[in-house]
Design a protein. Structure first.
Ligand SMILES: C[S@@+](CC[C@H](N)C(=O)[O-])C[C@H]1O[C@@H](n2cnc3c(N)ncnc32)[C@H](O)[C@@H]1O
Length: 196
């Protein structure tokens, strides 16, 4: 799924997502002391807006220029950056929180992109990784455009890569308040923290 794929997806409608911050983000981050946050795959920016309103200093990254143009129409204080993180490395040990909601990271033999995401977490900081429960995906209607969730890292695979420096704080399956693409797919919510 390259920039063209995502630009076309966002270009199909004036607004793709609800405009509301994700449930798991609000649950996990409300009341947390704000710092530097990276919103990975920020899309139309609803999570980034919410984080900025909570006092976080937000860097929001997405591969899609269409999504970023839409998102950046509000909140100029957010640092909006277009990047493909499979190609452009993230700054190391820089963020108190790296937030990735429904952000697809395709499997790689050396886990380079996933390791880059983990590396971006500052000492004492956390990665919040939220994905759709792959066991609940509907049977493909159209094999050509079928999204195979198992082609992408699942929370358990992230946990398996962590060394002693990391603590798993949250590893849950949760109901969503809003359906995903018309289907009520549960969230897998993972929060892991690097030692300070
Ligand atoms: C399913 S959307 C989720 C958007 C947003 N996080 C949300 O919850 O509404 C995944 C997002 O990741 C972005 N994305 C996918 N691959 C990327 C990559 N390699 N580098 C940066 N962004 C990427 C897409 O453009 C898209 O906006």
């Amino acid at each position: 799924m390259d920039q063209q794929f995502w630009d076309e997806m966002y270009g199909e409608s004036e607004q793709r997502f609800s405009g509301l911050p994700n449930d798991a983000l609000v649950t996990e981050v409300t009341g947390v002391e704000p710092g530097q946050v990276l919103d990975l795959g920020c899309g139309e920016g609803a999570d980034a807006y919410w984080l900025a309103e909570q006092g976080w200093k937000v860097t929001a990254v997405d591969i899609s220029q269409v999504a970023l143009d839409r998102a950046a129409a509000g909140h100029p204080e957010i640092s909006w950056q277009r990047a493909d993180i499979t190609v452009t490395p993230l700054p190391a040990r820089s963020f108190d929180l790296v937030s990735a909601h429904y952000f697809p990271i395709a499997h790689e033999p050396d886990h380079a992109t996933l390791r880059g995401v983990l590396d971006a977490v500052a000492p004492g900081g956390a990665l919040l990784f939220v994905s759709h429960d792959p066991t609940e995906f509907p049977e493909p209607q159209d094999h050509q455009h079928h999204f195979d969730p198992y082609a992408y890292y699942q929370p358990a695979e992230i946990v398996a890569l962590l060394d002693d420096e990391w603590t798993v704080e949250v590893d849950d399956v949760r109901d969503r308040n809003r359906p995903a693409a018309g289907h009520q797919i549960k969230d897998l919510v993972l929060r892991v923290r690097r030692a300070g």
